[in-house]
Design a protein around this ligand. Structure first.
Ligand code: ATP
Ligand code: MG
Length: 411
């Protein structure tokens, strides 16, 4: 029969990769908890209009990357392409603003985007992310950035930080008009995508990677010249706070992000080590979004990081607990072996009970393959083998053997 394969852009994450995945998530979780964020487990699907209204009608995500379908009840549903829109929806719907508006949430899980699959880019990928609601001060922006860099530090990942400010929607509108005007003069020299972007999403032209487009945008009007005193002041404060925290950054006036909801601060943590998909974490402020989705006027900010991209940068996971294999010499000892294995596990030892049929030799081969550090032979008298040295020791009492293993397997 023909073999069924996984769907294009989707992955099985297993073995060492699964360990890396867990390591990334556990590290992030630990940091989130230290910063007193609480977890939110969000649904995988949302009403399509949630993303249209937040991420933006003209963005790539909404225009061409969403998995949209109708359920059996005729509802138009999307697999979530990102987490912020859902977190904001939940913040409003679950009335989390009741506590004076203040709320700090983190999430973890799968996101779906119909993109061209390549290294570091998949159709199902996974993010960790966090959101802060109800705080206006740029000190919160600095603290959020600090938290992301703490996660990256703990994972031993080296990145550079780029920051920019997009100002408020009205200022940006004026800028967009000026930018459109400028881009129209160079329309024929822009790439095909950017030609379309002039009308639909001109800001995106600024982060086009095509050489010619870059040359053109190098001389384009700059957003920062269109921003209000207030936005500029906020940005200056943020930079000062980052300096104080010892966080290095580059100001990148072309950093715009692909989602419409950002206001003022935006940032990206970037690496050059994994090719073109170099942004590992990104975020910013979205002070208008809660109101825009029908909630009370609430300043907010957040970030998301791609777990697969972090995995590409994680060199090693923490050392593993050593494995003990319990091996009955003949099947008459199976029940005794089961008992010993249970006893080891309840003493905190990672134990594999090898009940597979076959010769002792084939069983030892398997024990080697699964990387056993110790083998306990169950027969008349229990025997302990140290796999690294090949030494063997016979015990008259199994409890003594267990005691030795508990000591030897401590990490
Ligand atoms: P990119 O510019 O790489 O497309 P983006 O601007 O679309 O990223 P965001 O929507 O801000 O990214 O998502 C935050 C992070 O999620 C990214 O920085 C990246 O690490 C990760 N990410 C986004 N899309 C994918 C994908 N298709 N596959 C794997 N990771 C992704
Ligand atoms: Mg993208």
């Amino acid at each position: 029969m023909s073999q069924i394969r996984k769907v294009r852009g989707f992955q099985d994450i297993f073995g060492e990769d699964a360990e890396k995945y867990r390591y990334v998530v556990d590290t992030a979780r630990d940091v989130f908890q230290k910063y007193n964020f609480s977890e939110i487990i969000l649904p995988f699907v949302e009403d399509v209009s949630l993303f249209v209204r937040s991420v933006g009608e003209q963005t790539d995500i909404v225009q061409k990357e969403m998995y949209v379908f109708e359920d059996r009840g005729g509802r138009k549903i999307a697999l979530r392409p990102e987490g912020t829109a859902s977190a904001v929806r939940a913040y409003i719907e679950e009335k989390m603003f009741a506590k004076g508006g203040y709320q700090k949430l983190f999430y973890e899980g799968a996101m779906f985007r119909y993109e061209r699959p390549q290294a570091g880019r998949y159709r199902q990928f996974h993010q960790i992310g966090a959101e802060i609601f109800g705080v206006d001060t740029p000190l919160a922006d600095a603290e959020l950035i600090k938290m992301v860099s703490e996660i990256l530090n703990r994972l031993n990942i080296e990145v550079r930080l780029e920051i920019n400010t997009l100002g408020k929607f009205e200022d940006r509108k004026k800028y967009i008009d000026a930018l459109k005007k400028y881009l129209k003069d160079f329309e024929k020299d822009l790439c095909e995508d950017c030609k379309k972007r002039i009308e639909k999403n001109p800001l995106r032209v600024l982060d086009c990677k095509v050489d010619n487009c870059r040359k053109i945008t190098d001389k384009a009007p700059v957003l920062i010249e269109y921003l209000s005193e207030e936005s500029l002041e906020r940005f200056e404060k943020l930079k000062k706070y980052l300096d104080n925290l010892g966080i290095r950054y580059n100001f990148n006036p072309k950093l715009v992000r692909g989602l419409d909801y950002y206001t003022d601060t935006v940032f990206e943590f970037i690496t050059d080590k994994i090719g073109a998909q170099g942004t590992v974490a990104a975020g910013g402020r979205y002070d208008e979004l809660v109101k825009q989705l029908g909630g009370p006027d609430t300043p907010a900010l957040g970030f998301a990081a791609g777990i697969e991209r972090l995995m590409l940068l994680v060199e090693k996971t923490p050392s593993k607990e050593p494995l003990v294999v319990v091996l009955p010499i003949v099947s008459e000892y199976n029940i005794e072996a089961l008992r010993v294995a249970e006893k080891l596990r309840s003493s905190g030892v990672k134990t594999e009970l090898l009940l597979k049929e076959g010769s002792l030799k084939s069983k030892m081969k398997l024990a080697n393959k699964i990387d056993a550090k110790f083998v306990v032979f169950i027969s008349e008298n229990p025997e302990l083998k140290f796999m690294e040295t090949g030494e063997q020791e016979v015990f008259s009492c199994i409890d003594d053997l267990i005691e030795v293993l508990v000591e030897k397997t401590k990490v």
